[in-house]
Design a protein around this ligand. Structure first.
Ligand SMILES: Nc1ncnc2c1ncn2[C@@H]1O[C@H](COP(=O)(O)OP(=O)(O)O[C@H]2O[C@H](CO)[C@@H](O)[C@H](O)[C@H]2O)[C@@H](O)[C@H]1O
Length: 769
């Protein structure tokens, strides 16, 4: 059994279990489409909210100053016309009182405006004095009559992200040295006495780790007494001047706000995370909307925002595969040894929805813009070594909003095998040396089928002390002893999360663990399943930007019965399928590989085309499966569309226009498409496995409960049986169908629940020794 599983895995990757070429996507296309939806929509929404607010306050002023005419209208509206004659005096009194109240409100308003003006002036003078003192910027008056990046809220001490740190004000980018010196670090070759890790912020660390220790003493002591010989101070400095970095990080750790006593009115409610507020750095090889080949990108783009909403200071670190217009260059430059070569990285930064997005730029990433997992096995390995080595140091070198994160209350969230080396570097380079002692690492398993496997000899590229080789070694019945990056990460991380409860269970089985079940069982105590959420800004039928043209329309629970059929007709038209209201339209969206069960659909196709149905399949991946899609399309042009491309827009439109979403995945750690489908009133038919089992409760016609149809085995006949029942309900039991749709749409599938669960894991890790 194990052999067959492993052979199957081995057929589609570079690292044997590693990702396949089929994961290659056009991330550029995706980025463009998706960034539109992510960034234009919130602006539009804010714009509306603001417009609404200003027009209503305008109305109020007009209303109060006009005197009598509003009165009869108001009375009519309250139905009091008829009683005016009876107690006219009382009404007059009430009227007088209202006018007085209104006048008071107006007076308060004008007072407020005056205060705002005064505060503006104060802010201006503070800014001027800073500018003058640093002698780095020309006076804003000479440049421009307004302050860039200066907002009244932050000036007044009212931090938009919660007040847990004052270091997150995003207005000090100018403090970063524009042309910092470049240094080399991370040379872990024992033979070479190359410059190694240098931690510029020993003062801060020592004050956090051991407050009684003299700050000055700590740096020297740690270097000479604790660091192994392969770790030494570089001769030069780094991206920032030490003193500047110290200042910044001091500010980030201590808030520097002891003197600021907020007014009572300014005190905001505490963050949801309460006393558990942490600095969180999520590190992932892809991050939507900038780069995405699948669900990992979605998670890296959305989970951090939900964690930030709870009050945490959150950063995402991802490679910069292309030019991302939102991100500004920080000026920080570092060099790392990769296969004994110095590789330079620079950093770009964007602050969006409360999250610091830090993009690591290097020629090693840039050439893979449209193929982020491209290249041969060694190329990928080296890229990920560079990424993880540099990512561990981001909290020390990359200031976000003027202040580095430092290591106070810091936790890293690594994702899948690509970043599974991060917990290992954190331990080997820092914690083994008494540094970053309280920093924790969580490793999230999105897909155990890709593990970063290679020959044991590849260990040389890891740049780690020799004794670390043991945690990478794994015996495989097919390939013998090999090097396994995921295995090392699982053993080293403080906690392990996977993306559903069902998958957490499956990972511990021979069939579901893909060779890592032994290690997962041994580390069961630190494993937790947390079901993914969905980004409700990006995936909501009510606000979906991809449904605003070409005949599509936004819809909600209230407009389901008109909006969804309109989207269906638009989809049929766009795909060139017959526009028919009552024909069930079935959708499939996903990577075309063994995981997604495309072969089961292929087996079921003859039955499906014998039914009065339409089928649209969107995906890219394995060439043979891509070919299969083309074949379905050409053989059944009136019923089947096979779209071999990566199109976010089309994914959204299929999700809205289809009646049914088919997910016959052989295994599915969580699955996002069924969640998107349910929130769009599209009914899922899924193989009951992993996260699909957790999230799609089967329809029960007796109790009118449930969300879709499930089948228990990855078998074409089982799929057909479930689909047959589904089609029957669609055709014959309209009200049951509508009930399923509405229950799906009513669920709270947002990331907020998941973020709370992640927080529990982070806190557990924090207090674990
Ligand atoms: N051709 C195409 N065009 C446009 N968009 C396309 C597309 N093909 C796929 N997508 C999109 O990519 C994402 C795929 O998400 P999934 O969770 O289904 O899959 P994936 O297997 O990649 O993720 C892994 O990680 C996630 C996150 O944890 C787990 O949910 C999942 O089970 C696990 O396998 C969806 O947003 C989907 O719309």
């Amino acid at each position: 059994m194990e052999n067959s599983v492993l052979l199957h895995n081995g057929s589609h990757n570079h690292f044997r279990f590693a990702f396949s070429a089929s994961r290659v996507r056009n991330s550029h296309d995706y980025g463009v489409n998706s960034s539109k939806s992510m960034f234009l929509f919130p602006k539009a929404l804010n714009g509306q909210a603001f417009a609404g607010l200003s027009s209503s306050s305008e109305k109020m002023i007009n209303w109060c100053s006009r005197g009598q005419p509003w009165r009869s209208k108001c009375l009519k509206a309250t139905g009091k016309d008829s009683v005016e004659g009876e107690d006219g005096d009382e009404s007059e009194d009430a009227l007088q009182a209202t006018i007085e109240k209104s006048n008071k409100v107006l007076a308060m308003q004008s007072d407020l405006f005056q205060q705002i003006e005064e505060r503006k002036k104060l802010v201006s003078s503070i800014k001027n004095s800073i500018i003058g003192a640093e002698n780095e910027l020309v006076s804003y008056n000479e440049k421009d009559n307004s302050f860039p990046n200066m907002d009244l809220a932050s000036a007044g001490g009212d931090h938009a992200d919660g007040d847990y740190t004052s270091g997150n004000a995003h207005s000090n980018e100018d403090e970063i040295s524009e042309n910092p010196p470049i240094v080399v670090s991370g040379g872990f070759d024992e033979g070479e006495k190359e410059p190694g890790i240098y931690l510029p912020i020993e003062k801060i660390r020592s004050s956090v780790d051991s407050p009684n220790k003299s700050k000055e003493a700590s740096l020297g002591e740690i270097r000479s007494d604790i660091l192994p010989s392969f770790l030494s101070k570089p001769s030069e400095s780094f991206g920032l001047k030490d003193e500047k970095l110290e200042e910044l990080t001091e500010a980030s750790l201590h808030g520097n706000n002891e003197e600021i006593v907020p007014n009572k009115e300014d005190v905001k409610s505490p963050p949801l995370a309460g006393a558990n507020v942490m600095s969180i750095i999520l590190v992932a090889a892809e991050c939507a909307p900038w780069s995405k080949t699948g669900g990992l990108g979605d998670v890296a783009g959305a989970l951090p925002k939900a964690l930030a909403r709870r009050g945490h200071r959150v950063m995402v670190v991802a490679p910069r595969y292309g030019n991302y217009i939102e991100a500004q260059e920080t000026g920080v430059r570092r060099k790392y040894k990769v296969e004994r070569q110095d590789v330079e990285v620079t950093y770009f930064h964007a602050y969006i929805d409360g999250v610091d997005f830090v993009f690591m730029d290097s020629p090693m990433f840039r050439q893979f813009q449209s193929n982020i997992y491209g290249g041969n096995r060694m190329d990928i390995l080296k890229r990920m070594v560079l990424f993880c080595k540099a990512a561990v140091e981001v909290p020390w070198y990359v200031p976000c909003g003027g202040a580095c994160y430092g290591d106070g209350n810091l936790v890293f969230i690594a994702n899948d095998w690509h970043t599974a080396m991060l917990p290992v570097y954190l331990k080997a380079y820092y914690r083994d040396n008494g540094l970053m002692k309280y920093t924790r690492s969580i490793l999230v398993i999105h897909n155990i089928a890709h593990q970063g496997r290679g020959p044991v000899d590849d260990f040389i590229y890891m740049d780690l002390p020799q004794h670390y080789i043991d945690i990478f070694k794994l015996y495989d019945p097919v390939g013998g002893e090999h090097l396994n990056i995921f295995a090392a990460g699982l053993k080293t991380a403080d906690r392990v999360v996977t993306v559903s409860h069902g998958y957490a269970w499956e990972l511990k089985t021979l069939e579901g663990g893909w060779g890592l079940h032994g290690i997962i069982n041994e580390n069961d105590w630190k494993l937790k399943g947390i079901v993914n959420g969905i980004d409700t800004k990006e995936w909501s039928p009510q606000f979906d930007v991809h449904l605003t043209s070409d005949g599509y329309t936004n819809y909600s629970l209230e407009t389901l019965l008109s909006g969804k059929p309109q989207c269906k007709a638009a989809l049929q038209k766009e795909l060139g399928l017959p526009i028919r209201k009552n024909v069930p339209l079935i959708g499939f969206i996903g990577r075309l590989d063994g995981q997604k069960g495309v072969d089961l659909i292929a087996e079921a196709i003859p039955w499906m085309v014998g039914q009065d149905v339409q089928l649209v399949m969107l995906g890219t991946g394995r060439p043979d499966l891509e070919q299969l899609l083309g074949q379905f399309d050409s053989q059944h042009p009136d019923k089947v569309r096979g779209l071999v491309c990566f199109s976010v827009k089309m994914a959204h439109r299929i999700t809205a226009g289809a009646d049914i979403l088919l997910m016959p995945s052989r295994f599915e750690p969580c699955g996002l498409n069924q969640l998107y489908a349910m929130s769009y009133g599209t009914v899922p038919v899924v193989h009951a496995v992993g996260g699909l089992r957790d999230t799609v409760q089967p329809f029960d016609p007796f109790n009118e409960s449930g969300l879709g149809w499930t089948f228990e085995m990855a078998d074409a006949n089982k799929l057909i049986h479930a689909l047959w029942n589904c089609l029957l309900t669609y055709r014959e039991y309209k009200s049951s169908w509508e009930g399923i749709q509405r229950r799906g749409m009513k669920q709270d599938l947002s990331w907020d629940n998941a973020a709370q669960n992640y927080e529990e894991v982070l806190v557990a890790a924090k207090y674990q020794w």
